[in-house]
Write a protein of this length. Structure first.
Ligand code: HEM
Ligand code: HEM
Length: 216
């Protein structure tokens, strides 16, 4: 039987690209493999923006209006708990924070340079200290993002094995016997179209970005 998914295919594919992509970004960032770093980053930026758009037009449980809640609801959840089909109020907060930090990591990278031989494609779009600020932010933001990712993994493990909520199965298969979606999913073709448009816009911006000034 194929039940209505809580997490539709686009949300799941995008999600599982995150650990793979961020793992690659960590490795390439630390070892200076900047060409690969930038190509994986363009894919990740496209996926993050697609997920943010999917939060507006995607399937029921992926839409922000259906899981973002105010601080009172978060506090009540912290005190009283509860079982949710989609993101619980803390999961909702964490989702938003992870997506925005990933976006900020990617955007700051576009303006960053390393000390050796690699310039982000937009590094020379603004003059002066902006390159330093962006590069610094790329570094600081990574510290915050990395902590939040470890928190994410800890929280998932806690819900999965201590509270016995089947979060990982649901994120993998889309649904679980105890977690069925509230409405049929929106066609994944729309998500592919959104991703293609965002990828094309990013590629066009990179193509027209100013090159490094020549001193010779
Ligand atoms: C770099 C690594 C990761 C990042 C950036 C990340 C990010 C995210 C984001 C943004 C969401 C919200 C998904 C959405 O609404 O579309 C999410 C949910 C989730 N993630 Fe991850 N994730 C990472 C790694 C992992 C790993 C390795 C696991 C499994 C062990 C995992 C398990 C889950 C689960 C089960 C959910 C659903 C939580 C819920 O039901 O509220 N994540 N993650
Ligand atoms: C989500 C996307 C990204 C992630 C997760 C990421 C992650 C990282 C990490 C872990 C490092 C090494 C640690 C550090 O020096 O702070 C790094 C460095 C760097 N990244 Fe990224 N990055 C992303 C996007 C980008 C993009 C789009 C570019 C440019 C095309 C870029 C350019 C750089 C540069 C130039 C450095 C070296 C900075 C330095 O030497 O201080 N990154 N990145």
């Amino acid at each position: 039987m194929m039940a209505i998914p809580v997490w539709d295919l686009p949300s799941r594919v995008i999600h599982w690209c995150f650990p793979i992509g961020v793992g690659l970004m960590w490795w390439t960032g630390e070892t200076g493999r900047m060409q690969l770093h930038s190509y994986v980053a363009y894919v990740l930026i496209t996926l993050v923006v697609t997920r943010l758009m999917w939060g507006l037009v995607g399937s029921y449980h992926s839409r922000f209006v259906n899981f973002m809640v105010g601080p009172r609801t978060v506090l009540r959840y912290v005190r009283e708990g509860g079982d949710y089909v989609g993101h619980n109020p803390l999961g909702a907060l964490s989702t938003m924070a992870l997506l925005l930090l990933l976006l900020s990591q990617g955007v700051s990278g576009l303006f960053s340079v390393d000390d050796v031989s690699f310039d982000g494609p937009f590094a020379y779009s603004f003059g002066g200290r902006f390159i330093d600020l962006a590069t610094q932010w790329h570094d600081t933001n990574w510290g915050i993002l990395r902590s939040l990712i470890f928190l994410h993994l800890g929280a998932i493990a806690w819900y999965q094995w201590r509270k016995r909520q089947p979060l990982i199965q649901t994120m993998w298969r889309g649904w679980h016997a105890t977690r069925i979606g509230a409405a049929p999913p929106i066609s994944g073709v729309l998500a592919i179209a959104i991703a293609l448009v965002i990828g094309a816009v990013l590629a066009a911006l990179i193509a027209v970005a100013p090159a490094a000034p020549s001193y010779y």
